[in-house]
Design a protein around this ligand. Structure first.
Ligand code: AMP
Length: 459
């Protein structure tokens, strides 16, 4: 029996193709993900570039100096010819240039691998779910799944410190799906910073519940509220939404928070960055005291600690935050040296190996302008940012995912949480605000077993 919620279907018409492309056969998850700890990820990449000549970064063309060919100039062997000036993001954080360089990432290997101690069968999941996990080709749990699923199954509050790409979505979905199978009357609210992440989580949910009668709905801004109101009038096991729309629905009394048993706050650090602190507090204060709270964040800043103290009860803390940037990502800078940045980018994009390129710009306006200029210059590019409608963003993402456009230009917020495999290059057209943003940006490439390259434009 294949049973899919009509509510789910009506809210995410385009999701089936996405699901198919992401599911794949065989595990794409590499158990060699690096372990957590407090050390700076930067230190390791520095040591990783000591060799220089052993660089696995093949694009020798990019190594040419500027002038002559008019091609962008990039640092050689990871050296920083102009000293350590670096760039300053809007937040004022100065990021030294050498943090953007690691042309020999493989040499950075050597950090301990997190051992996975469970198999999926150890969790005692219901048969339908076991079959669904098998159908997805997941062979063994990722480290975050390995460590956090037993706590969630026991009903304990959890804090998961994990980046996107670690399998954190399945880490909370699998035990919660299992709970619904065992005990139907369950509702989980999953609150996330962006619409894209909400869609992605719903896709992942559906990929596990094709044969299980589980209903979900996505409640995000930028799309008509009426279908969401209609779908909320029926029972949903999972409601996935962004803070603003969730609060609208609560105020219209269609979403009754104290009837919800479980809340997942995913990418809580990003929700804070995006100014959703009051919304988060509002939602939490309207939920039942006996709720089960699952809290995921890539960082544990003081602000996050304060939230955790207020929102969770005796949580189990599981950290798989990588201390290093994936060893699959070669990083380098492109020196602009007074040239027109757009021309430099256009030149780079002529290289055949830059086949699927995610470009980061700082402002919505800047992203739009850059997109127009690239299109005028014959480059097939699309842009996404917070002022675009949900439909526009989804269409651009789909076109980029299916290789109909070479370049996607995004702001940090819009790109948050997007999971697109095989991005060949991430280009930081504008320097990120913080080093943490930098790590998030470049983590879009080099996913799974793929090699990726990150280039940062510097003055
Ligand atoms: P996430 O961190 O949730 O964005 O997951 C990143 C990717 O890893 C997604 O495409 C997941 O479907 C995939 N994934 C999650 N868990 C596993 C696993 N145990 N084995 C293989 N792939 C996985």
């Amino acid at each position: 029996m294949t049973q899919t919620s009509s509510r789910t279907r009506s809210n995410s018409k385009n999701n089936s193709s996405k699901r198919n492309s992401r599911g794949g056969s065989g595990s794409s998850f590499k158990s060699s993900r690096r372990s957590g700890g407090s050390g700076s990820s930067f230190k390791s990449s520095k040591s990783g570039r000591s060799g220089g000549s052993g660089s696995s970064f093949k694009s020798s063309k990019f190594g040419r100096r500027s002038g002559g060919s008019g091609r962008p100039s990039r640092s050689r062997n990871g050296r920083n010819p102009s000293g350590n000036r670096g760039g300053r993001g809007r937040s004022g954080e100065r990021i030294p240039i050498d943090k953007f360089i690691n042309t020999n990432p493989k040499a950075a290997q050597g950090a301990p691998v997190i051992e996975v101690t469970h198999t999926f069968s150890d969790f005692g999941f219901e048969l339908d779910l076991v079959q669904a996990i098998d159908g997805r080709g997941f062979v063994k749990p990722s480290p975050i799944q390995d460590q956090i699923i037993p706590h969630i199954l026991k009903g304990r509050d959890v804090i998961g410190l994990a980046n996107t790409g670690t399998g954190k979505t399945a880490a909370f979905l699998l035990p919660l799906i299992n709970r619904v199978i065992e005990k139907k009357a369950q509702t989980t609210l999953i609150m996330v910073p962006t619409r894209e992440l909400a869609d992605q989580i719903n896709d992942e949910l559906k990929s596990f519940t094709r044969r299980i009668k589980i209903f979900s709905t996505v409640c995000v801004g930028g799309t008509p509220i009426r279908p969401q109101i209609r779908s909320l009038r029926q029972h949903n096991h999972f409601i996935i939404g962004t803070p603003g729309r969730i609060i609208d629905l609560v105020k219209q009394k269609v979403l009754i928070l104290n009837k919800i048993n479980t809340i997942v706050l995913d990418e809580a650090d990003r929700m804070l960055d995006m100014g959703f602190i009051n919304d988060m507090r509002y939602v939490m204060s309207h939920m039942s005291e006996s709720r089960h709270t699952l809290f995921f964040s890539a960082t544990m800043s003081n602000d996050i600690k304060a939230l955790v103290n207020d929102f969770l009860r005796d949580p189990a803390i599981v950290s798989v935050v990588q201390t290093r940037i994936s060893t699959n990502i070669a990083q380098d800078v492109v020196r602009i040296a007074g040239r027109d940045k757009v021309d430099v980018l256009k030149d780079l994009l002529k290289e055949p190996e830059l086949c699927k390129v995610l470009v980061f710009g700082r402002t919505k306006h800047g992203v739009d302008k850059l997109c127009q200029k690239l299109n005028k210059g014959g480059v097939n590019a699309e842009s996404i940012h917070g002022n675009k409608s949900h439909f526009q963003r989804k269409r651009s993402l789909d076109r980029f995912k299916s290789d109909r456009v070479q370049v996607l230009i995004a702001t940090d917020v819009a790109a948050r949480g997007i999971d697109i495999s095989e991005i060949s290059h991430v280009i930081n057209f504008d320097i990120p605000d913080t080093y943490n943003d930098y790590i998030h940006r470049i983590g879009r490439t080099g996913r799974g077993a793929h090699e990726g390259k990150a280039l940062t434009f510097v003055g």
